[in-house]
Design a protein around this ligand. Structure first.
Ligand code: ZN
Ligand code: ZN
Length: 162
């Protein structure tokens, strides 16, 4: 059945089998890794063969410049690498926080002294006074806040839109 063959996803850069979209364009794992490593160096990398190299599965590693050019040409986007990395960093941060929470909980269990026996009244009042002061002094403009939120949402849409 030759028609089934055509349904396979194919890397727009080298023609290898593609699993899905990477950085906004259909590409193979090899080109994905290549793009991640090299996209930021596009200006520095040079082609020694006239900026017109053929890129296929066998020749894709011969010229980085032309391969990168093709990556950009099929719609791979550098911003998406950043997006990807930010996601990773965020994931790591969340994991770290979870770990810290667990540690704190464990310490809390171990340290079972009733800490509320100390007179905390003055501190409590101080804290709430300061808090109210902050609330009163901070000029929170709702319109400004909303427009900032909209701005963030727009930017996210830009990142997520392929
Ligand atoms: Zn490829
Ligand atoms: Zn080239």
């Amino acid at each position: 059945m030759p028609k089934v063959e055509k349904l396979h996803k194919i890397c727009g850069v080298c023609g290898d089998k593609a699993l899905g979209r990477n950085f906004c364009a259909l590409s193979c794992e090899s080109c994905k890794a290549f793009f991640r490593r090299n996209a930021s160096n596009y200006q520095k990398i040079k082609c020694y063969y006239g900026d017109n190299c053929l890129i296929d599965i066998e020749l894709r590693s011969i010229c980085r410049k032309c391969r990168l050019k093709k990556c950009f040409a099929i719609g791979m986007r550098q911003e998406w690498i950043l997006n990807d990395e930010q996601k990773e960093t965020r994931k790591r941060k969340i994991q770290y926080n979870k770990q810290q929470n667990n540690i704190n909980k464990t310490i809390g269990k171990l340290d079972d002294k009733p800490s509320s026996s100390q007179p905390m009244v003055t501190t409590d009042n101080e804290v709430s006074d300061n808090f109210i002061e902050i609330l009163e002094n901070t000029d929170i403009n709702e319109d400004k806040l909303n427009s900032q939120i909209r701005d963030i949402e727009n930017r996210q849409q830009y990142f997520n839109a392929c």
